[in-house]
Write a protein that binds this ligand. Structure first.
Ligand code: NAD
Length: 487
């Protein structure tokens, strides 16, 4: 292993950003942020609590009630968002370097995520200008139309996987629609979020519209969820946390958008283009270190091609290049944090008794420190195995055979999750029928995890509530008031 890379000009400490100022926590408390390759503390971040959330919400509320942002024309807000997109794009290399360093993601994949973050802003900048609202006429009797209004202070709570991109997925529509925001990024990966403030200032976002409070979920996150002046919470994270937030927000009757966990099936039928399907299955579970909500982490394979699939999948898994996150040749880097590493490793150990280990199964050779897990695959996994049922969120995959379409569907639906499914078959009718019957929010037919930003994004069952993406995001972040006029 060559030496790990440390980016130049790392901040000396990570602060909150409230009302246009970088500030420490009211009580001065901080938490340690670890480098996932060494697990050494590389910076301390301000540990926000209720008092810090109160300050941030007060600033955001002031910017909403008194500031220009909610009252600007969509076209004017759109210009600011386009400037944000341009700045993000112009800094993609730096963003990727910091994100890769902080999260352990391979640098080439972090670069793709930085560009996608710019695209998210550009997309919502365009969408808000093109926005049309319903108007209905009953000739001679009545006219009805819709007033669309920003709601207020949006609380955005985000996870540590591809943090900058996922933050942009919420910030883009929340700001485009004229809301002000308080962002609470994940405590494992606060580094890239600290860049938003400078980007927004440079793009001309008015003071107080964007506020950032770092800290633990049970402190800063919880205070945001329970704040009475925050009418909206958009949350992405684990299903368990989503349940808790749902309960804690209930007394305040907040708008909630929940993007939660997944255990998505990749279903490979015997008539599929096998080479493409295997490559896509490898990408689907091992890209982004397997720390991807839509990872195809349960592969179901028709028995006629099962042995061949397993053999070829094993060979390719063994060739996936584990390496230092900053190395452009790396395909799987270090997992985000030692706590998460322990969780993933516990599933790897469990898998040895629940399935047939065909690749990986522990720490890769040559990586004595850091959160490294070999790309790991288990074959012959039964649907009642925990590794089949539970989200592992790492480079670990199960493979299970099936005999009929009905069995494939039953297996695909046999988890509490329902985020995504990938279907590989050249039978058109089967593909569409299966897509319609599988209980998930998003289906990819003979294709990889590439999205059109206009489409709904979200899961069913334990994978989420509500959809974001395209106009659904605009709907979530706005009130739609109907106006009726008798003619
Ligand atoms: P997590 O639920 O542990 O944390 C997510 C965020 O919630 C963090 O900012 C955390 O500090 C905060 N939080 C924790 N407890 C809280 C509480 N009681 N009140 C308020 N906030 C609280 O999730 P994670 O481990 O950071 O992320 C991984 C999970 O996210 C996986 O389950 C993954 O599938 C899911 N995810 C889903 C999507 C999607 O779009 N469906 C996308 C990415 C990740």
């Amino acid at each position: 292993m060559t030496a790990p890379h440390t980016p130049a000009d790392l901040p000396g400490r990570i602060q909150h950003y409230i009302d246009g100022e970088f500030v420490d926590s009211v009580d001065g408390d901080t938490f340690e942020v670890l480098n996932p390759v060494t697990n050494e503390t590389y910076v301390h971040a301000a540990a926000g609590k209720k008092a810090d959330i109160d300050r941030a919400v007060a600033a955001a509320r002031r910017a909403f009630t008194e500031g220009p942002w909610p009252r600007m024309l969509p076209r004017e807000r759109s210009r600011v968002l386009h400037r944000i997109a341009d700045i993000v794009e112009s800094r993609d290399a730096r963003l990727a370097e910091l994100e890769s360093f902080d999260s352990g993601l391979p640098i080439t994949q972090a670069l793709g995520q930085a560009r996608r973050a710019a695209e998210n802003f550009r997309f919502f900048a365009d969408l808000i200008v093109a926005q049309a609202d319903d108007a209905f006429k009953v000739p001679g009797r009545q006219m009805n139309y819709v007033n669309r209004k920003p709601i207020g202070v949006a609380g955005l709570i985000t996870p540590w996987n591809t943090p900058f991109m996922l933050e942009s997925w919420k910030l883009g529509p929340a700001l485009a629609t004229g809301n002000t925001v308080v962002l609470k990024p994940a405590e494992f990966t606060p580094l890239s979020a600290s860049l938003w403030a400078g980007i927004f200032e440079e793009a001309g976002l008015p003071t107080g519209v964007f506020n950032l409070v770092n800290g633990l979920g049970e402190d800063a996150g919880d205070a945001l969820v329970r704040h009475p002046d925050v009418p909206l919470i958009s949350f992405t994270g684990e299903s368990r946390t989503g349940q808790l937030i749902f309960a804690n927000a209930a007394p305040y009757l907040k708008g909630l958008s929940m993007e939660l966990g997944g255990k998505s099936p990749a279903v490979v039928f015997a008539d599929a283009d096998l080479e493409t399907a295997i490559d896509a299955c490898i990408f689907g579970v091992f890209s982004l270190n397997g720390e991807r909500c839509t990872a195809g982490s349960r592969i179901l394979v028709e028995r006629a091609i099962y042995d061949e699939f397993v053999e070829r999948f094993t060979a390719l898994t063994k060739r996936v290049k584990v390496g230092l996150p900053h190395d452009p040749a790396t395909e799987v880097g270090a997992l985000v944090h030692p706590e998460h590493y322990e969780k993933v490793m516990s599933y790897v150990e469990l898998g040895k008794s629940e399935g047939r280990l065909i690749a990986g199964g522990g720490r890769p050779e040559g990586f004595p420190t850091g959160n490294y897990v070999s790309p790991t695959a288990f074959a012959d996994v039964s649907p009642d195995a925990r590794i089949f049922q539970e989200e592992i969120f790492g480079p670990v995959v199960t493979i299970t055979p099936f005999d009929t379409d009905e069995e494939a569907l039953a297996l695909a639906n046999n988890t509490r999750y329902g985020l995504a499914a990938y279907i590989w078959t050249n039978d058109l009718k089967r593909a569409h029928n299966f897509a319609g019957a599988v209980e998930v929010g998003m289906v990819w037919l003979n294709s990889n995890n590439v999205r059109d930003l206009r489409t709904p994004f979200g899961g069913v069952k334990a994978s989420g509530l509500g959809h974001e993406g395209g106009y659904r995001s605009i709907d979530f972040y706005t009130d739609q008031q109907s106006v009726h006029i008798t003619l």
